[in-house]
Design a protein around this ligand. Structure first.
Ligand code: P53
Length: 474
């Protein structure tokens, strides 16, 4: 018993939520730079409010974020001290191709990540690299309408090929699109889509999805050609839907809701559009334009492993009198009376993680990787920056127990676990700094004030012990 000795313990971040340096090193602007904090963020994220330039009325937290651009030596050293075996991070596309359609990559951007990877390797930390964690260069949005346009496949291909070639031997674990199903829920975040008032949004989203899925398959093909050692994963915003009651209608609705998300992974992992998708498109009059050869590409170049984020389960009901919704999440959900919630209304459900692992493994029979999990909470540091974050430790402990049970008792193949926001970072949903996930506290507030000083929380020492004991000492 016990987890595999090569189990990849670590933490996860994304460029736009940590790096900052938005205009340094010839970097171009990306959609994710333009997400303001405050009341307009939801509208911008959904593509309902078009924001393709900065204005004076808003604060844009990604511009500086936690300035990892200048702090990565220090931060990686702290990750190494916790004993990380892996570190999940993302490359900002517009650092490599500032306009997205440039002929040549930006050498300064390429060198930046090369240095980060070399620094990780120094400590034997295996990089796990997300090629797009929500980034789309703004020029591609303005000029081509982002992923609604088929030309995006070529730009993405050029970007991926450049990364695979340049980082050969430094990186072998790659994810093509972070939370690929997010396009349905927050299409500007997920795919740089802004809508015109008279547009059929569903049509645009599913067309853009098709382009991303073909692009992901092509990237998988190239990754394997460049280096047979490369392992490519898809990435699902996970967490299953529970029926609110045992009414057969509720169960049927839960299946239907789960399929909205599985659709993406069914294609990336099994290599074909499922029948339920074709039926849905026909029923809802969604016409996806496919090119000859697309289906073969999808079939041939499926992913090596399945990764996913897990924060919570969700609940669906068919009885319209059940209207008690939880607050604060991009995904709407009915409140589950059996679960507690975080300060942001996210329901805490460790057993739901074990169930999600089982369902995914049954469905795909490929190795799984939990690449995001954690508790966003308000921390109150003492004068030394120390935080007694037992609430975070409790959350993580219960989730670790749950995935260990899935691995050890259910036989699910699990490659690793990276907690979200291992160092405090900007929240994707709200833009706040005060929604903290980290083992490492960063002195910065919601208005961007603070010294950026890093300090260790109680959970830092706890996680160190967890990794050291390969998950035995919780
Ligand atoms: P935050 C919600 C909204 C946006 C992205 O979320 C999300 C979710 C949760 O499903 O997905 C991931 O920061 C995402 C990360 C993000 C994390 O959830 O709103 O991959 O970028 O930070 C946590 O608390």
């Amino acid at each position: 018993m016990g987890l595999n000795p090569n189990f990849l313990w670590g933490g996860a971040t994304a460029a736009n939520q940590t790096e900052g340096g938005y205009d340094l090193g010839n970097r171009g602007l990306a959609n994710v730079d333009l997400l303001p904090t405050g009341k307009d963020r939801a509208g911008v994220s959904a593509g309902k409010i078009k924001m393709l330039e900065f204005d004076d009325q808003h604060f844009y937290p990604a511009k500086e974020a936690i300035d990892m651009y200048h702090h990565y030596f220090e931060d990686i050293k702290l990750f190494a001290e916790m004993g990380f075996k892996t570190y999940r991070m993302s490359i900002s596309w517009s650092r490599i191709f500032p306009n997205g359609d440039d002929e040549q990559p930006n050498e300064e951007g390429l060198r930046f990540y090369e240095n980060v990877f070399l620094e990780l390797r120094k400590y034997n930390i295996e990089p796990l690299v997300t090629l797009t964690h929500f980034d789309v260069p703004v020029n591609l949005i303005k000029k081509y309408g982002s992923w609604r346009n088929r030309k995006m496949i070529d730009f993405y291909e050029q970007y991926c090929r450049t990364a695979f070639n340049r980082y050969k031997g430094l990186v072998k674990y790659w994810l093509t699109f972070n939370e690929v199903n997010m396009i349905l829920h927050a299409p500007f975040i997920g795919a740089g889509l802004c809508f015109e008032p008279d547009e059929n949004e569903e049509q645009v989203k599913y067309q853009a999805m098709h382009h991303q899925l073909v692009a992901s398959a092509i990237a998988t093909k190239i990754a394997h050609e460049v280096d047979p050692e490369n392992k490519i994963g898809c990435m699902l915003a996970g967490g299953n839907n529970y029926p609110y009651s045992c009414r057969p209608e509720d169960y049927a609705k839960a299946i239907e809701k789960d399929r909205e998300n599985y659709l993406f992974i069914d294609i990336q992992s099994r290599g074909a559009y499922p029948n339920y998708a074709f039926k849905k498109f026909a029923r809802e009059n969604i016409q996806i334009e496919m090119k000859q050869g697309d289906q073969e590409i999808l079939k041939q170049y499926t992913v090596d492993f399945i990764s996913f984020s897990y924060y919570s389960s969700r609940v669906v009901a068919t009885d319209s009198s059940v209207t008690n919704e939880t607050a604060g999440n991009i995904y709407k959900s009915i409140k589950n009376p059996y679960l507690e919630s975080s300060e942001w209304g996210w329901q805490i459900d460790p057993l739901g993680l074990r169930s999600a692992l089982n369902v995914l493994y049954d469905r795909y029979q490929k190795p799984l990787f939990i690449v995001e999990n954690g508790l966003g909470a308000v921390d109150t540091p003492d004068e030394n920056g120390y935080v007694e974050d037992d609430y975070r430790i409790d959350y993580l402990r219960e989730h670790i127990k749950a995935f260990k049970a899935a691995a050890e008792e259910d036989g699910v193949e699990l490659m690793g676990y990276t907690t979200w926001g291992c160092i405090d970072l900007v929240s994707a949903g709200s833009g706040e700094m005060s929604k903290r996930y980290g083992f490492i506290y960063v002195d910065r507030d919601d208005e961007g004030k603070g010294t950026l000083k890093r300090s260790k929380k109680k959970s830092f020492y706890w996680y160190q012990k967890v990794i050291e004991s390969n998950g035995e000492d919780l």
